[in-house]
Each structure stands twice: as C-alpha cells, then as structure tokens.
Write a protein that binds this ligand. Structure first.
Ligand code: WTA
Length: 646
C-alpha cells in the first residue's frame, strides 16, 4: 500500500513549478523549451530554431543563438542590481569563511579569465581543473566558460594515473590545481599528483602551464616556466573582462565518467541547452527562490552534480549558496547541521549515502541543531531506500519538508525524473515521473514499451532534451554504440533498470551494465579490473558491485594470482590483499578500493569466455549461487566457495 505525501497548500501556492507546466510541455514540446530558454537565459543573439534533430543522435538546441554562460551566471545579476547579493557563503573545513557577493564573483571571474588569457588559453582550448571545494574552483570554471575554453574538472580524489588519462584524452594545455586540500583536519597534497600526471613515463604531456592555488601552504615541487602561483598571477589582473558571446552549441565542458570498458568516457556538453535545463530544473525541482532561499548542494564540483547544481544552475538563477570544503564529521558529526543552522539553509541537496551515514551516527546529532529553515530536501546519485527517505524527512526535514528524489546522469546534464515539490504527492523510494519537457519509457527485453506494474525493464528516454550530452569526446562511434544501439536509434538507453508501481510511478533499480554506484559515484568494473591486473601479482580479476548498507554498492574483487604470488599469499595472507587494495587506490583513487579482495583458483566463465559476474555477485552478497548451467566448467563455483570457506 502506498503511503504518499501530498504537498501542503502553502508550498504549492508559492512553488515555481506548477501543474500546468506538464500541460504546456505536452501541448507544444519545442515551444515549451523555447520559452524556458528565453525566459531563463539571456541571449546575446536570439536563436532561430529550437531543435535540430536531423543529425540524430547528435542534437542541436537553440540553433543560431549566441550567449556567454559566465555572463549568464554572474554579470547579468550585477547588471540587474543584485551585485550585493551573496553568491557564495564559503565554509572551510577548518572554520575559515569567505562571503562572496555577485559583484565580488564578477571581479574574481574577470581576473581569472584575464590570467588564463595571459597563460595563452584561447577559445576552444581545454583546461583541466583539479581543485578542492574552494571558491577558486567556481572562479576557474566560470573563467573557462567566459573564454569558451571547455573545462575538464577531475575530482580531487582521483589519482595521478586517472588525472593523466583525462588530461591526455582532452589534450589539456593548462591545469588549475592547488598545493593541497584540507581533509579530516589535515592537509593532503594535490599538486604532487599533477606533477606525476604530467611527468608520466615517455609520452609527451600536452600541459604547458600549471596554475596553483595556495590553500594549505605545504611544500610543493616547482617547475620553473611551467608552474605559476594563482596569488601572483590572478591577483595582479584587471578585474573587468569583456566577454564574447558563443554559439549555443559551443562546447562548455567535458566530464569523464565510467562506462562499461576500462577507458573513461569524456561526456561533453554544450552551452545553450545545458544552461537552460540546469536553470529550469534548479528552479522548478529545487524550487529555488533566489531572493529568499539559501541553497546548499553538498556534491563535489568534480562530479556532474557539482557542475549543474553548484555552478551553472544556481548561479544562472542568481542563488545564494553554501559551499563547504570538508568532510561531514570534521571536527564533529554535527558539522553539516551546524552549517545549516549558521546560514539558515532552506534547500539541501545531497546523496542517499550521506543520509544513511547520518542515520548510523544517530538521531540526536541533527536534533541538537535548529534545522527549521529547511523547506525542500533533495536526493541524487542512487536510489534512496524508503527507510532513509523517511529518516531524512523526519529528522532533517522536520517531518514536513518535501524530498525530491532526482534521477539523472552525467550524460543527461540535468534532472530528468523527479517529483515537483509543489505538485507531486511523494512516494518514498521512487523518483516518480519525468519532469515537464522530458519523456521516458520502460522497455522489455525485446525493446517493447510496457506499463504493467512491478515488471522489471530498462529505462529509456524517448525524446531529445536540451541538456543532453552531445557526444563522447573524440569518439562519435562509442557515443552511438553506448546509448543509441541497444534498443535502436529511437531510444536513448540510460543503462538503468526500472519498473512502474501500480500508481504509474517509476522506480529506478540500479545499473544493468557493468557499472556500479559507490556512494553515488560511478565506477566501472572494467576500470577496477584493469587496475588489478596491472599489478604483477594478479593474473586475472573480476569485480562486482555488491550491496552495501552505507555506500549503496561496494566493489568486491575476485582475483587469480600468478604462481609466485600465490605462494606469497599463502605466507603473508592479508598483506598482499592490502597491497592490491592500495594499488587500486593508487591507480584510480581511494573510492575505487575494493571492500574485499578474494583470492580464488578460477573465475566462472561462459563457453565464450565471458565472466559471469551475476554468480560472483551472489557470493559477494552471501546468497545461494544461481544457475550455473551456462558455465564452461560448472564446478568452478564450488571451487570458489570451498576456497573462501578456508
Ligand atoms: C544513478 C549522477 C536512482 C543511476 C547525477 C544513473 C540514480 C547514475 C538516481 C548516474 C536516483 C542517479 N535514483 N538512481 N535519484 N540518480 N542515479 O552520471 O544509476 O554520476 O544512471 O550522475 O546514478 O550517475 P552520474
């Protein structure tokens, strides 16, 4: 029996997103999006065609229009007389704070843009950004956007190796980084990883300049002629910058994400459509009222959520927002709630893994802060289990705040399936319906749409949308193959399993491909497997995403060791397993470290040699092992289980 929660009349009355949006989008799809684009975005030159889908699956939105994303996020708010409005309340992990108004932001972005020009960055050049959660990350992204230089932000938790691959793939000329970052009360180096990513074996790095923010004041290696301090270069620049308008389809950024192979995909987004949908969704889904709300999205700018819902959406809308540098338990487990209380945060957007962690820490922690300012809560990154949903509403949302469970992807650029807080009766655990302007269906194995409740199928998107990816950087074929071939060219295949309930709500059921979701971060099994086999002790590896109470899924690795290493494992036991875990940490980043590494004599394979991860998943999740009849050697699972019992 569903226990849905209807919005209060008060909430509905003031909501940005009203029920008639659905009718408008239904009646005139293109007209609806054209209106969003004109209403929410300032164009230097109006567009003459809303959608050009003639080159499907490569879309063009708002064709002929020209705009500058940075001007939309900054200058126009100052021009409208809102220069004194706070754009960013920055809270450092150690308690240092900065208050940045829109007028300040305009000056900082202009100085940064001028500095990048001095470093030789021109329109179309790629800039890699490898920074912690500090305001300079926002300045850097907006400065790139201002110059029409696509940025490629690499999450600060990724290793030198991962950074190297991403710099090389995007052919980035400049890297923006910091000496280090504060994590759990301690400085952790960052620039060293940039050095290692550039001085990487024998291939020549495209990087000419490294711009370094001084954050932790730790020691750094310095390469004369290449490395430049931010405080020396940026600070001496003029604080005005005349921005040029770019074509609506000019590339705005590349963001790498995991796919089913070991090679990360450079998802790229362009300007007009992306900005339109980011601004629209932040307005109607988060219900942002820029004059009165204090908004906080806890994501890192290294992920798409940070791009769309810290930088582009909220700033395009003129929001006042909080940016917090550190971890939720530093210096104590009430840090987030202290921040909510301090700034009067009214909209909080976070991930289920964080909510489950807070549940574990105990109800009394949030209860000792005043959270009454919170009026809308959001969730993103993975399915939120109904228990966590109820806890979130009760203990964070005062028993009354609506929760918008937002489904979307790096590829979709912005929210696609979500309740509208003033319209939807909420169903805990379900992302519910496509938002106005978006169309989704669920297909069966044969690719036929169905609507029967409780039947499991594949989520597809049936119409192009403004913030859709425009491709995979440098690999048109992979784009078509990955997203538009499984069910033919009419359907964008998202890679997620889904079902309807009897009320027609969509429930997302997790990835159906070899991608796992760890604390809302996408990792591919293939990426972790190739990291493992790059270790001299490993002959073969298979990785699965096993259910995990806190992180949603966790990587569990099954490895076959090489002869001499097998000997070592007998003697040293855990030491080798630790070494392998650390090796993955070094190759990809700490989030990818397997929760367990199980040494096995064989891996279950089909006759065509494909590893049957489903069976390994059964083992990793302590279940009875499923059907083994398609295995080339059906005794393998027995051998694995016997080995693990030892
Ligand atoms: C999953 C993050 C269920 C999904 C914005 C998707 C979700 C992948 C939800 C994209 C949600 C994201 N409910 N699953 N509300 N939000 N996902 O690219 O599997 O890091 O395909 O983008 O996260 O992850 P990505």
């Amino acid at each position: 029996m569903s226990d849905s929660y209807a919005p209060s009349a008060e909430l509905t009355a003031q909501a940005n997103g009203q029920a008639d949006l659905f009718d408008q989008a239904e009646a005139d799809f293109e007209g609806f999006w054209a209106a969003q684009a004109r209403e929410r975005i300032t164009w230097s030159k109006d567009f003459d065609q809303t959608l050009d889908w003639s080159g499907a699956p490569f879309a063009k939105w708002f064709v002929g229009g020209e705009l500058n994303a940075s001007v939309n996020c900054v200058d126009r708010h100052v021009d409208a007389g809102n220069g004194e409005r706070v754009a960013i309340h920055f809270e450092g992990e150690g308690g240092d704070t900065r208050t940045i108004t829109y007028a300040d932001l305009q000056r900082e972005v202009a100085k940064t843009a001028n500095a990048l020009v001095e470093l030789g960055v021109g329109t179309g050049d790629r800039v890699a950004i490898y920074l912690p959660m500090i305001p300079e990350a926002v300045f850097a992204m907006l400065a790139c956007a201002r110059l029409g230089a696509p940025h490629s932000v690499v999450f600060g938790g990724f290793s030198a190796e991962a950074l190297h691959t991403r710099i090389a793939d995007a052919d980035a000329r400049v890297v923006i980084t910091a000496d280090g970052q504060f994590r759990r009360g301690k400085p952790a180096p960052l620039k060293a990883a940039v050095d290692a990513a550039i001085d990487h074996g024998d291939d020549e790095s495209p990087v000419e300049k490294v711009l370094v923010v001084q954050r932790t004041k730790g020691d750094v290696e310095w390469t004369e002629g290449r490395d430049v301090w931010w405080h020396e270069l940026v600070e001496r620049q003029a604080d005005t910058h005349e921005a040029q308008a770019f074509d609506s389809e000019h590339p705005l950024f590349i963001l790498y994400t995991s796919g089913t192979t070991g090679k990360p995909k450079g998802i790229f987004h362009t300007t007009g459509g992306y900005l339109t949908q980011a601004a629209y969704t932040n307005s109607v889904v988060h219900d942002l009222h820029p004059e009165t709300d204090v908004y906080w999205c806890t994501a890192d700018i290294g992920w798409v959520t940070g791009h769309s819902y810290i930088v582009y959406g909220p700033l395009a809308n003129g929001a006042t927002q909080v940016i917090y540098e550190g971890t939720p338990d530093t210096p104590h487990q009430g840090r987030w709630w202290e921040i909510v209380q301090k700034y009067g945060v009214s909209i909080l957007y976070t991930a289920p893994t964080a909510i489950r962690t807070f549940m574990k820490w105990g109800d009394d922690i949030p209860a000792s802060y005043d959270l009454s300012s919170l009026r809308v809560l959001g969730s993103v990154g993975e399915p939120i289990n109904p228990e966590a949903w109820r806890w979130y509403r009760e203990h964070i949302g005062g028993g009354s705040a609506p929760i918008v469970d937002t489904w979307w992807q790096t590829e979709t650029g912005a929210i696609m399936i979500s309740p509208l807080p003033g319209v939807t009766s909420l169903e805990p655990g379900s992302a519910q319906r496509p938002i106005p302007g978006i169309s989704a269906e669920i297909l069966d194995d044969e690719g036929k749409p169905f609507t029967e409740p409780e039947k499991v199928g594949y989520l597809v998107l049936t119409k192009p949308w403004p913030s859709m990816l425009r491709g995979i950087w440098g690999d048109e074929e992979r784009y078509k193959e990955t997203y538009w071939s499984r069910f033919g060219p009419k359907y964008y295949f998202a890679g997620d399993g889904a079902k309807y309930d009897e009320d027609g709500n969509i429930w997302l059921l997790g990835r159906v491909d070899d991608v796992m979701n760890v604390s809302g971060h996408r990792l591919s099994t293939a990426e972790i497997e190739s990291a493992l086999v790059s270790h001299p002790a490993v002959a073969e590896a298979a990785v699965v995403g096993a259910n995990d109470e806190t992180t949603g899924q966790a990587p569990v690795a099954f490895v076959i060791l090489r002869g001499d290493a097998a000997q070592r494992a007998e003697e040293e036991g855990d030491a080798l397993v630790q070494e392998l875990r650390n090796h993955v940490g070094k190759e990809i980043g700490p989030i990818a470290k397997p929760r367990q590494v199980l040494v096995v004599p064989e891996l279950p394979k089909t006759r065509s040699g494909k590893i049957m991860r489903r069976l390994l998943k059964d083992v990793a999740e302590n279940r009875e092992v499923g059907d083994v009849t398609t295995l080339a050697d059906s005794s393998v699972m027995g051998q694995i289980q016997d080995g693990l019992k030892k």
